[in-house]
Unconditional design. Structure first.
Lengths: 203, 1001
């Protein structure tokens, strides 16, 4: 495996780590980039017991069947993307090993395993006014009655597509954006948060 | 600075401790916090605020709200300037500067007022009748007419302010925060619904802020403030003051415009947006948009000093301003009497109330009589006197049918004439929602009829004008809306007000004049449309209200006829001798009041106007000074000019480097689709024209994709990664479209096929190294991979670590040179690129851009989708029969057998070599076989690609020419715009290494 320090995230050019001192301390919006995450796009028939049990035993994860929800186990997440499609999110570096293990376990079955962690970056958005920032560019109903922790959605943020998930009710959101759109998405978010006061956070 | 001589000593919702200075038409004035520009002007005795559109007649402040037709102003100057605002809605701030529109050189002395004297020359449809011939001269007239007629002026510089847009969802959206809206919002929110309450004013309460009525035993404004406070405390109620609901669209989607900092002027905090567009999706909507008082139509009804009665009442009660010293009222209903009493209490002398009704009674009438106000039953104002301001009115009795005067007139001196022709419900939003209007004979206005969307109207906008009714109906609507959204009906008590019986009205469309003419009976005050104009249109044959509107310009101004539509169509109906509902009403279109473009654009401007998609190596390209081109949303390096180098020189250098040494291209933008499943090969066989059965693992194949029409829509190389797994590449611009195409067929036609497609375009950074030194260079970066062509042949791929990073290396070529397309996980892209650049230095590695790539592939005659194809080109047209299977089925196959796709004489791909070696043909240039002196000439084709080839030392071009493959050696011509032409010889579409030796490495 390659030396991981050689990786360069989609937002490296913005030098965000150097800017964490900016922004008010009591900022009601906090932004962070989480650039390196393993992600696997998994397709298969959930009704097929062999598929389900192979994934559960190899990945250590249950696949959610409720649309637009995710399950979290031992630091790994499985996001429902469609009736036969999930996104497995795990630690950087574990992606290839898990993909190979899944391929072996699902050999001969009708399934698809594609590593996609490098094609996306994750931006964390949290704080009392995070929802107000998000709703400027997202037409989904994000009110706690309609969208809460444990839910995810594939939708648009302004002019870029994203997989959105809500991690907790502070609220903390994660915006999983395509790599090539990351610069746009980040600058859009920072600009949208300006009226509330925005702080950049280091991991 | 003038003192506020019309300001009352006490009362009103203004803050006398916060005086504000402002300038209007260059003069300094003072008002108070809480004023609108209109109320502050009236406090200073300024009524004359504008000139009408056509005749430039003097016009005064007419209303106190959104319906204002006259007080149209230009606010501020420079880039922050805003045209065509209503002074009645502009909140005063310190330092405000405004001026009248549509007058020159000044509002008091307007040269174009001569138009008023010439009015007989400007009948209805004047523009149509006068400027329509000779037809081609309109462009001459237009400039002059627009200069004369324009209202405000749009700023030309970039807008310095921020504007926001936001989405929000609600169980119940309440449009309008008057008594009905507040009652509805309270009821719905108390029941637990998520409620949004929007009102265009700075405070909630609507008419309660200006008419002094009481709710639940409290003064109305106080009750409204308490209701708003209760809503603020409820967790799921959103209150939006200064927010106009401007549009009502399908599926209960509404747009609202919030003026966030307009009322602060230059003192607005810079981080806040100036305005915010709310995009609301509401399960239910309660419309509580109130009503606009209807003017009366009589001779000279446009003179400054003529004002709606309710507006005068608002100015007195809300703004503590006397709009005149001595007033006459003219009304056909009860509501004006309360206004008269309030004016009288504020010290305005009431000369008389002319009531069109023969026997007015009711509580208001009695109260006015009890205060000694003279009521003149069966009489109306029939003419006004004065120049730039009203000095008096003529009052006369009306005949029983209202069509003639029934006696001599008397004159009353006055400087204020308050008119009330009863009320028009503000049905704009209801109508936008596609609800059907119904004409109410008794109220002489349109009211909401059948609803189409999940919406209900409450209060004055529903034709219920009594306060007690507004409150009850609002409460009921809010309760019902909350219940329909799944909440209970625990909506609290109904707010109560004293029920006062409302007397009938007497509708007289047009009060007769002594002369019998109606050419100074203004319907549309902004556009100068008179009752005579509408009657003329009717005589000229106009029957449809929509046609009449456009012919006369009735209701076409910035106010969109809020005060004129109903009066206008009553006059039209009378002229046509048909009932009003049969004549109908014009369409109500969004926005309800004008919206600035900035609000519509929001933050989608500048850098954020559109995403710029970037590859993992993008910032390296920026640092070395690449010139970029847009390919869809992608930024791709076009070329990398060195110091002092032109783009053409850079491209030549890059091309030669690839031909003679080694070049490197960032190809990350190519679409990549991971196709997995036992039926993957079946899918490839159907979407590509060639056969895929024999492609082994580790090998790659080029394929053409056709639409159902048989026309090429994409091409690319697909590689077999494993037994049931393929990696398809697409052109940069078609990546999403190809994936959709595959999904469409899999989901709709072949749902039983066991195959999944996943986009992995951005998972990989792709860098192509090519040229005679490419193999030596790669050898330095990989371990244990045999690069010998026998072991790693052309059109195959291998997995290997490149610079220590796991990679797939595809030996495929678009340049005609030995070429390796290296795919690494995207986050390693920059590291690998740097390693290649370092190792390649001694080989003279040269980064090259899209233009060099285009030249190199054109030298080889490789097609580019979108360049050699345009949606009308088949594989046969391009001479690519070799890529089309004759034995298997594929999408588009049958279309290739159509008569048109098989006929002789179709355009075919050829090469062109110009007679002058360095003449580069223009791409898109039309090709003729015989030159004529001037067009038209018989065009036989067009140039699709054309470049200067540094490797060949001459220009080359590809072209599509009718029957081109049979024209080898013929001379053709490309005529240019300047009258010259370039001659060229038709050749094979291949200029370099036609045997293809170099690309095999």
């Amino acid at each position: 495996m390659a030396e991981r320090y050689k990786q360069q995230g989609a937002l490296a050019h913005l030098h965000l780590a150097a800017r964490t001192a900016e922004g008010p301390e009591d900022a009601s919006v906090r932004l962070i980039e989480r650039p390196f995450q393993g992600q696997i796009n998994l397709r298969g028939e959930i009704g097929d017991e062999a598929f389900r049990s192979a994934v559960e035993s190899v990945a250590g994860l249950s696949l959610p069947e409720t649309p637009n929800s995710f399950l979290e186990q031992a630091g790994r997440r499985a996001l429902w993307l469609g009736p036969n499609e999930w996104l497995i999110v795990l630690a950087d570096g574990e992606e290839t090993a898990l993909a190979e293990a899944l391929r072996a376990a699902l050999a001969g079955q009708h399934a698809s395993i594609a590593e996609v962690g490098h094609s996306r970056t994750v931006i964390g958005l949290a704080g009392a006014r995070a929802r107000e920032v998000l709703r400027k560019g997202c037409s989904l109903d994000l009110h706690p009655r309609a969208f809460g922790p444990g839910q995810c959605a594939q939708t648009l943020l302004a002019r870029a597509d994203m997989i959105l998930l809500q991690a907790d009710d502070r609220p903390t959101y994660e915006i999983n954006a395509r790599r090539s759109f990351a610069d746009y998405v980040w600058r859009w978010l920072e600009d949208a948060a300006r009226e509330y006061g925005c702080a950049l956070v280091a991991e | 600075m003038t003192r506020q001589q019309f300001r009352l000593a006490e009362g009103g919702r203004i803050d006398r401790d916060r005086p504000l200075s402002f300038r209007f038409n260059g003069r300094a004035y003072q008002g108070y916090a809480g004023d609108t520009l209109a109320s502050a002007l009236l406090a200073n005795g300024v009524h004359l605020v504008g000139r009408s559109f056509k005749y430039h007649r003097p016009r005064g402040i007419f209303s106190a709200g959104a319906e204002e037709p006259n007080a149209i102003i230009q606010l501020e100057t420079g880039t922050r300037s805003q045209p065509d605002l209503r002074a009645t809605q502009v909140e005063l701030y310190e330092g405000l500067r405004a001026k009248s529109v549509n007058c020159w050189p000044s509002v008091r002395f307007d040269l174009a007022a001569i138009n008023s004297r010439l009015a007989p020359l400007f009948p209805a449809g004047f523009y149509y009748k006068t400027f329509m011939w000779p037809g081609r001269a309109w462009h001459l007239y237009e400039a002059v007419i627009r200069r004369m007629a324009g209202l405000g002026v749009a700023p030309t510089g970039p807008d310095p302010d921020r504007y926001e847009k936001t989405h929000i969802h609600a169980d119940v959206l309440v449009a309008g925060g008057g008594p009905a809206g507040l009652a509805a919002a309270l009821a719905a929110a108390r029941a637990g619904a998520r409620v949004i309450l929007a009102d265009e004013q700075s405070a909630f309460g609507g008419q309660l802020l200006g008419n002094g009525e009481s709710v639940d035993g409290k003064p109305g404004a106080e009750w409204a403030a308490a209701a708003a406070a209760e809503l603020v405390d409820l967790p799921d109620a959103t209150l939006l003051p200064r927010t106009t609901v401007i549009g009502y669209f399908d599926d209960n989607y509404l747009t609202l415009c919030e003026r966030v900092t307009d009322h602060l002027g230059p003192a607005a905090p810079p981080e806040l947006p100036r305005q915010r567009l709310w995009k609301v999706r509401a399960r239910h909507v309660v419309l509580a948009t109130g009503a606009h008082e209807r003017p009366l139509v009589f001779q000279g009804n446009d003179r400054p000093g003529v004002m709606l009665a309710s507006a005068a009442q608002s100015y007195v009660n809300r703004y503590a301003v006397r709009p005149g010293r001595r007033a006459v009222l003219c009304a056909n209903n009860d509501s004006a009497y309360r206004a008269a009493l309030d004016l009288q209490e504020a010290g305005v002398e009431i000369a008389a109330i002319a009531d069109l009704r023969p026997a007015p009674d009711g509580a208001g009438v009695e109260a006015a009589r009890a205060q000694g106000i003279e009521v003149l039953p069966g009489q109306a104002v029939v003419a006004t006197q004065g120049g730039r301001h009203l000095t008096g009115v003529e009052i006369a009795p009306l005949s029983e049918d209202g069509n003639a005067l029934a006696g001599p007139s008397s004159t009353e001196k006055c400087d204020l004439l308050c008119v009330s022709g009863a009320w028009n419900p503000a049905v704009h939003l209801f109508s936008q929602s596609r609800g059907k209007l119904r004409y109410d004979e008794g109220l002489a206005c349109f009211v909401p009829g059948r609803s189409v969307q999940a919406e209900r109207s409450a209060g004055a906008c529903n034709g219920r004008f009594a306060l007690a009714d507004c409150l009850a109906e609002g409460h009921a609507a809010g309760t019902a809306a909350a219940a329909a959204a799944g909440h209970g009906d625990d909506s609290g008590p109904v707010p109560k007000a004293e029920a006062e019986p409302v007397g009938a009205i007497r509708a007289v469309p047009c009060v007769p004049s002594r002369s019998g003419r109606a050419n100074k009976h203004f319907l549309d005050l902004q556009n100068d449309v008179t009752a005579a104009d509408v009657a003329l249109a009717a005589r000229e044959g106009y029957r449809s209200v929509e046609h009449t509107k456009r012919y006369t310009t009735l209701g076409m101004g910035t106010d969109q006829g809020k005060t004129s539509n109903v009066t206008g169509l009553s006059v039209l109906a009378a002229a046509l001798g048909r009932p009003v509902p049969e004549v109908g009403t014009t369409t109500f279109r969004p926005p309800y009041t004008p919206v600035t473009f900035g609000t519509i654009a929001g933050r989608d401007v500048g850098d954020l106007a559109d995403p710029a998609r970037m590859t993992p190596m993008h910032h390296w390209h920026v640092q070395v000074g690449a010139v970029f081109e847009d390919v869809g949303q992608w930024k791709r390096p076009y070329c990398y000019p060195r110091q002092g180098e032109s783009k053409r020189e850079a491209v030549d250098r890059e091309c030669l480097a690839v031909r003679n040494a080694v070049g490197i291209l960032d190809a990350s933008t190519l679409g990549k689709i991971d196709i997995q499943g036992p039926d993957a090969r079946k899918l490839l066989n159907m979407v590509y024209t060639n056969a895929w059965n024999k492609l082994e693992v580790g090998r790659c194949r080029y394929g053409l994709m056709l639409g159902e029409d048989g026309m090429i829509f994409d091409d690319g190389v697909t590689s077999r990664l494993a037994e049931d797994r393929y990696l398809m590449t697409t052109t940069t611009g078609n990546a999403a479209r190809v994936l959709e195409w595959l999904e469409e067929w899999l989901q709709t036609e072949w749902p039983d096929w066991r195959v999944y497609c996943t986009s992995v375009t951005e998972q990989f950074a792709t860098m192509t190294i090519c040229g005679p030194k490419a193999r030596d260079l790669l050898a330095e970066l990989v371990d244990g991979l045999d690069l010998d062509p026998a072991a790693f042949p052309f059109m195959s791929w291998r997995a290997a670590a490149v610079a220590g990073v796991p990679a797939r290396i595809f030996k495929i070529s678009f340049t005609g040179e030995n070429s390796y397309e290296i795919n690494v996980p995207a986050n390693y892209g920059m590291a690998v690129w740097s390693a290649i650049m370092n190792a390649g230095e001694k080989y003279g590695i040269t980064p090259f851009g899209t233009e060099a790539m285009h030249v190199l592939r054109a030298e080889k005659g490789f097609i580019m989708v979108g360049q050699e194809t345009d949606g009308t080109i088949t594989p046969h047209d391009l001479g690519m029969d070799w890529a089309v299977s004759k034995t298997k089925d594929f999408l588009g196959k049958r279309s290739l057998a159509r008569a048109d796709t098989t006929r002789a004489g179709r355009k075919q791909l050829v090469g062109l070599l110009t007679e002058a070696a360095d003449a580069v043909l223009p791409e898109g240039g039309q090709i003729v076989s015989e030159l004529a002196r001037k067009p038209p000439m018989d065009m036989i084709g067009h140039v699709t690609s054309s470049y200067y080839s540094a490797a060949l030392g001459r220009s080359i071009a590809l072209a599509l020419i009718k029957g081109g493959r049979d024209r080898g050696g013929e001379t053709v011509h490309v005529p240019l715009l300047d009258g010259s032409s370039i001659a060229a010889t038709v050749t094979e579409p291949r200029f370099y290494d036609s045997e293809g030796e170099r690309l095999r490495g």
